[in-house]
Design a protein. Structure first.
Length: 283
């Protein structure tokens, strides 16, 4: 029988690594009332929920909603990283609560919901897991809590911006015709203009709606603001250019229409916690 225990953490957050058939076998406990993110670094694992079963492979991320218990089985070695967090940890504002409720990743009612990360996305996830593990080892403080919260938010926004098409497809039955129309249009505009436009006003104007209306749509569909969705999409573009091109930091800033390099660097640090150079060196 699958069981869980209460999460005892001043943060309302747990992060760690689980391994199987390795020199140092590590396991983890499933806690009550937590959302869970699992990333399989290597190996293959079969994940079994109450009504569903799925095999995940290296590079896959799995999302489990509150109190979704699961079992892992495998006949080969694997390394898996996990994050578990409570409502109280994540929900500082009503918008946080709304965003979490709209995260389709945590809805496994029809099938176990997972995504496969690309190479450049794996580097991103490795970096954030490393930061969360360091924070876990530190004494609780308001600053450390805010850092941990911002990292989890960035992970969710990052995944949503990378997989908006999947989000829309998953939620077609739940979206009204108008919501679906605006969501698809916003996504197409992001694809076309994200390198040049970061202003919400531009996207609202292209869609022939007010900023207030676009914000309302994004909150209804994604649970967050268009500004955050745009910023996350811009960060993804920066990471692709840092990894896959020889462009200098200055040239990338110019490519993405930043007024100067210092603004570009500040933008990236605020979003990722590291400078563009540090991110490139990390790759």
């Amino acid at each position: 029988m699958l069981t869980s225990i209460e999460l005892k953490s001043p943060y309302g957050l747990d992060v760690g690594r689980a391994t199987y058939l390795t020199e140092n076998i590590e396991s983890f406990e499933q806690h009550k009332d937590v959302y869970q993110l699992l990333w399989l670094q290597n190996g293959k694992v079969t994940v079994t929920l109450t009504t569903n079963k799925k095999e995940i492979k290296a590079g896959d991320c799995l999302f489990l909603g509150k109190n979704e218990l699961f079992r892992l089985t495998s006949d080969q070695a694997y390394t898996l990283y996990y994050v578990q967090f409570t409502d109280n940890f994540y929900c500082r504002t009503k918008l946080d609560t709304h965003f979490l409720s709209k995260c389709f990743f945590f809805d496994n009612t029809k099938a176990i919901n997972s995504i496969t990360l690309k190479a450049e996305q794996i580097v991103f996830v490795q970096c954030y897991f490393a930061t969360l593990l360091r924070l876990k080892a530190k004494e609780y403080s308001d600053v450390n809590y805010m850092l941990a919260h911002n990292i989890i938010e960035r992970i969710l926004l990052f995944i949503m911006s990378c997989h908006i098409d999947k989000f829309v497809d998953f939620n077609k039955e739940k979206l009204s015709p108008q919501q679906l129309k605006y969501t698809v249009e916003f996504n197409e505009l992001l694809r076309s203009y994200v390198k040049k436009e970061r202003n919400v006003h531009f996207y609202a104007e292209q869609m022939n709606v007010s900023i207030a209306k676009l914000t309302e749509i994004c909150k209804e569909v994604f649970g967050t603001t268009p500004k955050k969705i745009i910023a996350s999409a811009v960060v993804n573009e920066i990471k692709l250019l840092l990894k896959h091109t020889p462009l200098t930091i200055k040239e990338i800033a110019f490519e993405l229409n930043f007024e100067d390099v210092s603004n570009f660097i500040r933008f990236f640090i605020k979003a990722t916690g590291m400078s563009p150079k540090e991110y490139r060196d990390f790759l």
